[in-house]
Ligand binder design. Sequence first.
Ligand SMILES: NC(=O)c1ccc[n+]([C@@H]2O[C@H](COP(=O)([O-])OP(=O)(O)OC[C@H]3O[C@@H](n4cnc5c(N)ncnc54)[C@H](O)[C@@H]3O)[C@@H](O)[C@H]2O)c1
Length: 340
Amino acid sequence: MVGCGFFARNHLLAWHHMDGVELVALCDLDAGRLQAAADLIEQAGGTRPRLFADLDQMLREVRPDFVDVVTTMESHEALVGICARHKVPTICQKPFAPDIAAVRRIVDVAGSAGIPLMVHENFRFQGPMMQLKQVLDGGAVGRPVAARLSWRCGFEVFKGQPYLAKVDRLVLLDLVIHVFDLARFLFGEVDRLLARTQKVRPGIAGEDGAVCLLEHGSGVISEVLGSYHTKIDPDPFPETLVRIDGTDGFLEVGHGFEMTITRHDGTEQRSIAPVAPDWGDPVWAMVQESVLNTQAHFIDCLREGREPATSARDNERTFALVEAAYRSAAQGRWVDLATV
Ligand SMILES: NC(=O)c1ccc[n+]([C@@H]2O[C@H](COP(=O)([O-])OP(=O)(O)OC[C@H]3O[C@@H](n4cnc5c(N)ncnc54)[C@H](O)[C@@H]3O)[C@@H](O)[C@H]2O)c1
């Protein structure tokens, strides 16, 4: 694994607890973070991994079966490039890169090297969202027509990830990208998109609020809302609140993972709460479960030789929505995805 910062703890513990996976080496430019990550694995009962400051050297000396890239986006192109040169299958955190041109270069490099490359896009692997998809596909509300996916909260994102206060592209690229992926997962590919953004908190470089409208090829119109500035009580972090209108009824996922399905014959309520891993902590349970599910999917695909649901090629389409949203917000008009 390369990158042992804020989010790495979730990856480390998930790999450590996964059957058939052994964490053999860690890499980070920061010696303190590297040691802390190795300590975490030892404290969890694992063998201390070998430690490196240089990925190329790590791959020459260790020759792992795959690499997990958990650094921030600026380094992904270089690091995935090193993995491609060594022909090592790779899973890489979102966002894949700072812009779509870099995403396409990474997709090409991995394609030419013939390595499996998956993006760690974990929202569609959240247990509650997987259950929602099953219910929808089972026809619970008929054919979906209109939807709202909302991730608006006041979570102190800059505390754990101070670098986010300095990025020009903030909430669309860091957060809404997940919700765009959910929209594709639930309703299929998008033809056109309209976006407006806002900068509400003082002292940050990028936008911290966004409202987007998506026209899907399936006929669904979805609203995607994202914010890091919303003062709300109770704060739903880290949940995505969902409302879907279908031809036979409507469906809501509210705070606390309560799903309500309303049809002509009545209303049904059920809990779609995540199952917290026993190494998890309560606030992060859903995030940690989704990390585990994402990593398990990568391993299943590697073993079975199939393309992951969020392969590099697939994630290029999610990234195109982000690029379209910035273009739309800057130009104040609908953007056709075929032009991105
Ligand atoms: N999927 C999610 O829910 C979720 C949540 C939070 C963060 N993330 C993503 O995880 C990634 C990491 O975020 P973070 O907050 O942990 O970042 P971070 O800055 O806290 O940690 C990144 C680490 O990578 C190391 N690093 C950078 N370049 C390196 C290189 N060339 N070689 C070796 N080490 C290098 C840094 O020293 C640092 O320790 C980001 O892409 C972020 O968007 C995803």
